[in-house]
Structures are given as structure tokens and as C-alpha cells.
Design a protein around this ligand. Structure first.
Ligand code: PSV
Ligand code: MN
Length: 424
């Protein structure tokens, strides 16, 4: 299913007067509004190929119907999102869940939808039917050299798929670790993992990066071999300049100060980018910004500050990806909400008066520093994000459009109500 731009124009006409009133007001309040709009227009967040269907828990999965059953259909779904918000122009593939059968055809489809291929993700946390050896006791860390070799080869194969598609990064998330004290020799597990990663690193093309994603717990509950940003940074530093630490917002112990982690990784030139999601308790994979929108803003505040300090291009120098699971909402609506939350947090961060904030910091004016951040966060800038979308031909109210035009019903008619997407 393709969204016709004429139907978006009709939708926008209906909403334009109300939008203009809000936009005129907010632009009169914010002097740098044009710069913010230009930056928003350049910014895109990759959609994970594994999160276009309904997610589930280990108890149950309640499919909503019309799920994309093939990679082509997943691409079409990202095309729908991108047509509506103009900020979802990339897809991140998980291999082997989404192996392209015909590279040229899939690349043609991508370019017709205005989508590029972001980081490719390897999977050595599950056993595949075609696989000889099991990852039950880990992959790159495994005590068995042959199992490590199988996992290394898989990662190299993922790089090859990525090269064909024009990706520029490999994301490695390992479930490796241990469930009980004594199960693992920590030093040996680290060394095995490092040596395995070095073999993968050696296969990276010159213009590629490797993203090392950490996670505090799950599926292993006593130790994780890449359990926090310190461990990830150790691997990244030992591997070399193409290796970076990837932050998934749900992968920390409760109450971790993620904004500080981000600031320091950026300072060290080692921040890869993000897997965005939100959480209340653990790796809940909830809609971005649905639980802690202020934290999301504080993270973006550090990102903008740190990227500007290093002269980085906001839109292209870090990897921006969503990693969420939509268990009770329509996945496409959920993803629209997630991207909107990211754009709002980014726009708010661009608005922060950094000169004043710096003055407050050097004067130890704690109350003023808080005022600056909170006044920014409490300003309703939704019309600015909507204006950026409008200028690119997107919908003023993406979810409104999605509902008015019964997109899910159309997808169910096209694909049926019982299709099941690959992924978690
Ligand atoms: C693991 O929890 C993770 O965050 C990794 O990024 C995986 O690739 C993804 O989720 C799988 O859903
Ligand atoms: Mn992740």
C-alpha cells in the first residue's frame, strides 16, 4: 500500500489554519526557529525491521492483523511511516530474520520509498534451524572454538549483506553471559569475546563502523559479557577507531544516569548512536518518550551539546534507531509516536540557550540552570516539528491521517488478518 501525496495535501488543507495559528505564535517566541526547522528536516530515525509486527512477551502475543509477512512488506510499512512523517527514511535489518533475496529489487524498492539501509544487526542470541552448533552457552564468548567460529562467520555474513545494501555499520548485541556464579571465568569470557570481535572487525570495510551494544541483564541473569557502557567501551577501545558503543535506552540498571553516559561517550568520540525506546522497569521496549519524556530531552540536550563540541553532523554522524516492541498498540501508530517523541526532544534540545546555561553553570547558579532546562522542556513546540514535516510534504497529523484513511484496515485487506512478522 502506498500513500498518495494528494491525500496528504487534502489532509493538510483541513488542518492548515489551526497549524498556522500555533506556528506563528511559537515562531514569534523562538528567534532561531528557522535553524531548528532546517535541522529537523535533515534528521531521520531508522525503523527496525523486527518491530513492524506485533511484539509479545514470553506469555503471549496478540496479533493485530495486516502484519508484514515479508521484507518487502516491511519496507512498504516503513514507506507508509516515512510518507506521513518524513523522518523515518531508513530501515535497520536484523539477520537472519530479514535476509534480502534479491538485492537489486530491494534496493529499487527502497529508493522508490525514499528509504536507505541503516546498521545491519547480527543474531547469535537464538539458534536457527539450519545451524550446526548451539548458542545456549554463548556465542562469541563460548568455551568451544567451533561455536565462536560459527558466530564470527555469521557476523561476517551479515556485513556482506550490509555491503550489498549500502549499510555502513554492523550492530552486535550479544546475549552472552552466565546465569549462575561459577559458570563462567569472566576474564576468559572477555578475552574470547574480544578475540572474536577482532576477527569480525578485520572484515569491516574501511568506511564501516561496528556498534557494540551493551545490556545489564536478560537473558543471562548473573553476568552479561557486554553488560554496561564501561565494558562496551573497553571492547571498542581495544578494537580500534571503527568501533563504538551503542546505547539502548532500556539496557541499564534502574535509575542509571543515561544522559551522563552519553555525554562521556561523546566526549571520548566513542558514541555509536542509539536504540531508542522507553521503560518503567527493565528492558520494557515501550514507545519512546511514553514514560520518561524529560529524560529523553536531557539525553538530547547532552547529545546536541556534545555533538556541537566535536563538530559532528547531527543527522549523519551517529546512528539513530528505534528498538521497541508493540504489544498492545498498532505497531505503525506506535512507531509514529516514537519518532514524534524523538523529534520533539531533539527540537527542544536545539532550543536550549547554551550561553545562559553555561553562565549559570560557572556561577554555580543551580536554580537558574534548572529554570533554563525546564522552561525549554515545558514550551509546546509541536507546531515546529509539524512545520518541518509539512515543508517536506508529510502530514500535519500523521496518526490522524492514518486513522481517517483506515490504513490498518487496508493492510488487513491486502495481507489478511493472520500474517505474522518475523522478529521478536
Ligand atoms: C536486545 O534486547 C536488543 O535490544 C538488541 O538490540 C537486539 O538486536 C534486539 O533487542 C532484538 O529485539
Ligand atoms: Mn537494542
Amino acid at each position: 500500500m502506498k500513500i498518495k501525496s494528494s491525500t496528504i495535501d487534502q489532509h493538510n488543507e483541513k488542518h492548515y489554519v489551526a497549524h498556522k495559528r500555533k506556528f506563528d505564535f511559537i515562531s514569534s517566541e523562538i528567534p532561531q526557529v528557522e535553524t531548528i526547522i532546517q535541522k529537523l528536516m535533515a534528521f531521520n530515525v531508522a525503523i527496525p525491521s523486527w518491530a513492524l509486527g506485533t511484539g509479545g512477551t514470553r506469555f503471549a502475543r496478540f496479533s493485530g492483523g495486516g502484519e508484514p509477512g515479508t521484507l518487502e512488506e516491511k519496507m512498504d510499512d516503513v514507506g507508509i511511516l516515512h510518507a506521513l512523517n518524513k523522518s523515518s527514511g531508513a530501515i535497520s535489518l536484523h539477520i537472519p530474520w530479514d535476509i534480502p533475496k534479491d538485492y537489486n529489487a530491494i534496493k529499487q524498492q527502497a529508493s522508490s520509498l525514499g528509504i536507505r539501509f541503516d546498521a545491519v544487526n547480527s543474531n547469535t542470541f537464538q539458534d536457527q534451524p539450519s545451524q550446526n552448533l548451539s548458542y545456549k552457552f554463548g556465542s562469541l564468548q563460548n568455551v568451544d572454538k567451533n561455536i565462536r567460529k560459527q558466530a564470527i562467520d555469521h557476523n561476517i555474513e551479515v556485513i556482506k549483506h550490509g555491503i550489498e545494501l549500502g549499510s555502513k555499520a554492523l550492530t552486535v548485541w550479544l546475549s552472552d553471559g552466565s546465569c549462575f556464579p561459577g559458570q563462567l571465568n569472566f576474564r576468559k569470557a572477555f578475552q574470547n569475546t574480544l578475540e572474536s570481535l577482532q576477527e569480525i572487525y578485520a572484515e569491516l570495510p574501511d568506511d564501516w563502523k561496528i556498534f557494540i551494544e551493551y545490556k545489564a541483564y536478560e537473558p543471562n541473569f548473573y553476568s552479561m559479557t557486554v553488560g554496561d557502557w564501561g565494558q562496551s567501551l573497553l571492547y571498542a577501545n581495544k578494537l580500534g577507531e571503527k568501533a563504538y558503543t551503542l546505547v539502548d535506552l532500556g539496557h541499564h540498571l534502574p535509575n542509571a544516569n543515561i544522559e551522563q553516559i552519553v555525554a562521556l561517550l561523546l566526549m571520548e568520540g566513542k558514541l555509536a548512536g542509539f536504540h531508542f525506546n522507553d521503560s518503567k522497569y527493565g528492558d520494557d521496549d515501550l514507545t519512546v518518550g511514553s514514560i520518561k519524556p524529560y529524560q529523553l530531552f536531557l539525553i538530547f540536550n547532552e547529545l546536541v551539546d556534545g555533538m556541537d563540541a566535536r563538530g559532528l553532523n547531527h543527522a549523519s554522524d551517529l546512528g539513530w534507531m528505534i528498538d521497541a516492541s508493540h504489544n498492545v498498540k498498532d505497531p505503525l501508530e506506535d512507531l509514529l509516536q516514537s519518532v514524534e517523541a524523538i523529534m520533539l526532544a531533539y527540537a527542544h534540545a536545539l532550543m536550549v540557550d547554551r550561553k545562559k546555561l553555561n553562565e549559570a553553570q560557572v556561577a554555580n547558579d543551580v536554580a537558574m540552570a534548572q529554570e533554563i532546562l525546564q522552561n525549554t522542556f515545558r514550551t509546546d513546540i509541536r507546531a515546529i516539528v509539524a512545520e518541518a514535516r509539512l515543508r517536506l510534504g508529510g502530514a500535519l497529523d500523521p496518526i490522524g491521517y492514518y486513522r481517517e484513511n483506515n490504513i490498518r484496515l487496508g493492510l488487513i485487506k491486502e495481507r489478511g488478518s493472520k500474517t505474522i512478522a518475523t522478529g521478536l
